[in-house]
Structure formats: structure tokens, C-alpha cells
Design a protein around this ligand. Structure first.
Ligand SMILES: [Zn+2]
Length: 509
């Protein structure tokens, strides 16, 4: 079955040569709070190149000396992609770009009545003249030149047509329609691009859409339908305010909905998204299209069943082609069969290494965590299974925890009281420590004696949030044995105690 065949309403356009222009390193870096180091910018530029981007906007040389050094390094990195730099329509700005060894310049000036009146204090004629001089001057350097009309979507169409025709005549290789405040619609940008296409002879049209209304990708696609050949994107949709068109979403929409193959190696999309997220410290939302953690995750029994029967039922994009994997998520909506198949995948078989009784408890624990709105990872399942299968053999153990109570706070010394049953005899003690875990473990240690020692103690939060499942791993030494054990619980004291007691039993076995 072909994906296109099951989507009868999608546009049937005969478009080709649509390409993606990446401005992660320029507009993306203008994301509030984001500033890349030189090494980070080079790293991203190399990854963008590997991704198959044809043109990279590396920076804004007029910003600083350091910015010029970085743009120059990227330009001299030997990338397949062309490296471009942004300049205002000013001679001084343009002069700074060629010295960075870039392949092209984007020169921009605002054209909307709003920007003319309140920002530039100039007439449209003055601005047009500045723009044309800038194009001509940039072109004199023998470089690729794009002319960008800032706030184009709030500029009268007759001005846009005249200015862009003029820019083409002055040598612009491409003109950009900037939806600077993201207030265009797919229809309005489509209209602007089709009017321009009718009036331009050879200059390509590019679109630069911002995401203030969440329409950046939709507007870019509207532009493509209207004749634009190029979409400005950033990885993860980074950029000023609400950001720019997300590269991942634009590429996959073009490919899957429009049938347009770009130069992008889509299987690398998730990797570069993760890299940029790591470098910027801006976490990608889980439900982000294409690259989000949940983009290919199915929890409900109905969806999981459908997607396992035929992927297209609930997956419009095969996860592998964007470097993702399908995830069947266990949660409160999951059925018994899904849990059983997940257990099998992890090496646990009901009736073999898990009893029916334990299986029921596993389901309850999984659903309990699911009810709290938590995503349950494989590690959680393993932790739960190990915890349950271990605890149920308690009766055979030499040492059993009967009771534990801890007290902690800012005005008390953390204290733990522990009651252990060892060979059917009850031992009870209290100890203080630097914290509740320390106090609890010291109490246990004092009952057990010095023959068993805690050599190592590690704790991991397996799931996020303050109600995360904590996993404690301990290494104990005694009676010539060294044992590593772990336990999982939402309570770190209980996880710690369970891990220690498990270890003590293994040593004393
Ligand atoms: Zn922008």
C-alpha cells in the first residue's frame, strides 16, 4: 500500500527543485538565551552539511569581530554547502561579508509601512533605493546575492512586485519574502508568491516564515504552492520569539505530503535535532512533529494494535526514515497483551521466570505509574519486574525488613529506626546520619555488623519528575563475596534499603 494512495486530498503538484535553506546559525542563534561558541557553530555547520543542506546562513558579520571570525571559519571548512552571510542594506555591512570568504550575501531592508514609519523613518522610495544599491554593491563582489524584503507580508503587493523586479534587474539571484512577524496565512503567502512568480524572469523566490501563530511550516508550504522554490528553516524551529519554520517538519511535509524530494538525508533529522537541543539547552517538546520523543510512540491499546497490524494505520511517516524508532509505550491505557509482549521483549516470560501472581502485580505497578501520567520506560519495567520477583521470594531469605521509619528535616538530625528479622529473630535499632538514606543504611549496618560492608552506592532517577522511580545500585562485600544489587522504588530510602537487604541476603546465601 502506498502512502500517497491513502491520502486522496493531498495536493498533486508537479514541483521540483524545492530546496531548504538553513538559518539555524543565524536566526536560530537569535533565539533568546542562545549563543553558540565557535566550536558549537562549526559542529552544527558540519552536521548541516552532512544532512545535505545546500545553503547555510552562517551568521551576521556586522554583529561583531568574533562573529566574523566564526563565519570565516565555517566558510573555510570545506563544506559542500554554500555559506552565506546576512547584511543590512548598508555598504559597511556588505563590506564585512566578502572578507569572511562567504559564497553569498543576503541583504535585507524592511518595506512595510509600519517599519518605514516607526523604525526606519524613510519613504518606500528611499528604502527601495538603498536596497538596490546594496544588491548592486554586493553583486560587484562577484557573489551570490539574495534580496530580502523584511516584513514583506505587511507590505502592499504593488510595492513588493516593483521592488523585487527592480532587485532582479540589479542582479539579485533570489528574492526573499519574509513573514517577519508570522502573521501571514498559507493563502496570503501563496498569493504573494504567485504574483511575484508572474513578474520575475529568473530570480528564485525564497520564503522566511516566523512561527508566531504556529503557522511557519504551513505558510512555507503555501509559498511553495505559489511558486517559491526555497524555504528558510531552522533545526527544531529555533529563532526569534516563537521561532522559524522547523526544518524537520518542512522537509517531511514536502517529502510525504507533496512528494517533493529535497537534498536532505532525512534519516539524520533526529540526530541533528538532538544535537542542537543539547547545544542550546532547549529541550524539544515530546510531541514535536517528526523528531519529538513521542512522535512514534503509541500507548493506547487500539493504536498499538493497529500499528502492529499495519504501520500506516497510525504512522503517516515510517519512523526509520527520520532516524526514529516506533515505541509501544506502557501506561494506564495499555492492555495485558501489550505488557506481556513487552516483558517477552525484555526476556521475561509469564509462566517461566514470572509467576501469574507476579504478573498481576507487575501490571498493577505499571498501571499505577501510568495513572500518575508517567511514561514507563524499559528500564522501569525491568526495575519493576526485578523488584517484584525478588520481593516475592522473601520467605526464603535470611534477612527480612520488618519495618523502617525515618525522620528528617532542617531542625532534626536525620534518624532512622529499623526492625529486621534475621533467622526468625527480631533486631531493632536507631541511627543518625547525614540524611535519611545514610541513617537507614547505618542502622542496618549496625544490626548486621562489620562483616558485611557497603563498598559502593549509586542512585539514578529512572523517570523524570519528583515522583520519579529511583533506582539504587549498591555493591556489598563480605564473607569473601562481592555482590552488586539494585532496587527500584519511588521512595529513595526504600529503594536503598531494599537494595542493601537484597545484597545482604545474596552474601549470606
Ligand atoms: Zn527571521
Amino acid at each position: 500500500m502506498n502512502w500517497k494512495e491513502v491520502c486522496p486530498y493531498n495536493p498533486k503538484l508537479n514541483l521540483k527543485d524545492t530546496y531548504i535553506y538553513d538559518t539555524t546559525l543565524r536566526d536560530g542563534e537569535q533565539t533568546p538565551g542562545v549563543c553558540f561558541t565557535e566550536e558549537q557553530k562549526l559542529n552544527i555547520a558540519r552536521k548541516l552539511d552532512e544532512l545535505g543542506i545546500k545553503q547555510i546562513e552562517a551568521g551576521f558579520p556586522a554583529v561583531s569581530k568574533k562573529e566574523r571570525e566564526i563565519v570565516k571559519k565555517i566558510a573555510n571548512e570545506g563544506l559542500n554547502a554554500d555559506v552565506l552571510a546576512l547584511s543590512r542594506a548598508l555598504k559597511d555591512d556588505i563590506d564585512k561579508a566578502p572578507s569572511c570568504d562567504v559564497d553569498g550575501i543576503i541583504t535585507f531592508i524592511a518595506t512595510s509601512p509600519l517599519h518605514l514609519k516607526y523604525k526606519l523613518h524613510k519613504s518606500i522610495e528611499e528604502v527601495e533605493e538603498m536596497g538596490m544599491k546594496a544588491v548592486e554593491y554586493a553583486k560587484d563582489h562577484g557573489l551570490f546575492v539574495a534580496f530580502s524584503a523584511e516584513d514583506a507580508t505587511r507590505t502592499p503587493i504593488e510595492d513588493l512586485i516593483r521592488i523585487h523586479k527592480n532587485a532582479e534587474e540589479h542582479g539579485a539571484d533570489r528574492v526573499h519574502i519574509a513573514d517577519t512577524t508570522g502573521c501571514g496565512t498559507p493563502q496570503s503567502i501563496n498569493y504573494i508568491c504567485s504574483e511575484l512568480s508572474k513578474n520575475l524572469k529568473k530570480a528564485h523566490i525564497g520564503v522566511h516564515c516566523h512561527n508566531d501563530f504556529g503557522l511557519a511550516v504551513a505558510n512555507s508550504l503555501g509559498a511553495v504552492e505559489g511558486g517559491a522554490q526555497q524555504i528558510h528553516c531552522t533545526i527544531n524551529g529555533l529563532g526569534e520569539r516563537a521561532g522559524n519554520a522547523s526544518l524537520e517538519e518542512a522537509v517531511m511535509s514536502l517529502k510525504m505530503i507533496y512528494g517533493i524530494e529535497t537534498s536532505i538525508k532525512t534519516e539524520k533529522l533526529t540526530e541533528i535535532s538532538n544535537l542542537v537541543s543539547k547545544l542550546t539547552g532547549i529541550k524539544t517538546q515530546p510531541n514535536k512533529a517528526v523528531v519529538g520523543e513521542n512522535s512514534f510512540a503509541h500507548e493506547s491499546g487500539i493504536h498499538a494494535h493497529g500499528v502492529l497490524a499495519h504501520a500506516l494505520t497510525y504512522e503517516p511517516i515510517p519512523p526509520e526514515i527520520v532516524g526514529q524508532k516506533r515505541k509501544i509505550i506502557l501506561g494506564k491505557h495499555t492492555g495485558t497483551h501489550a505488557i506481556q509482549s513487552k516483558l517477552k521483549e525484555l526476556g521475561f516470560e509469564v509462566g517461566e521466570n514470572i509467576s501469574d501472581e507476579q504478573f498481576k502485580e507487575i501490571i498493577n505497578r505499571i498501571k499505577d505509574i501510568g495513572d500518575k501520567g508517567k511514561m514507563i520506560t524499559d528500564a522501569d519495567v525491568i526495575a519493576i519486574v526485578e523488584d517484584i520477583t525478588k520481593r516475592t521470594v522473601k520467605s526464603e531469605r535470611i534477612v527480612n525488613l520488618e519495618q523502617i521509619a525515618v525522620m528528617t528535616g532542617n531542625k532534626v538530625i536525620p534518624t532512622a529506626s529499623v526492625a529486621l528479622i534475621i533467622n526468625n529473630e527480631r533486631y531493632i535499632t536507631s541511627k543518625v546520619g547525614v540524611g535519611p538514606v545514610d541513617a537507614a543504611l547505618k542502622a542496618i549496618q549496625s544490626i548486621i555488623g562489620e562483616k558485611i560492608k557497603i563498598k559502593e552506592y549509586h542512585i539514578n532517577a529512572i523517570t523524570g519528575g519528583t515522583d520519579a522511580l529511583a533506582e539504587v545500585i549498591v555493591k556489598l562485600e563480605g564473607y569473601g563475596k562481592e555482590i552488586t544489587t539494585k532496587a527500584a522504588n519511588e521512595d529513595i530510602v526504600r529503594a536503598s534499603v531494599e537494595a542493601i537487604i537484597d545484597g545482604i541476603n545474596k552474601i549470606m546465601e
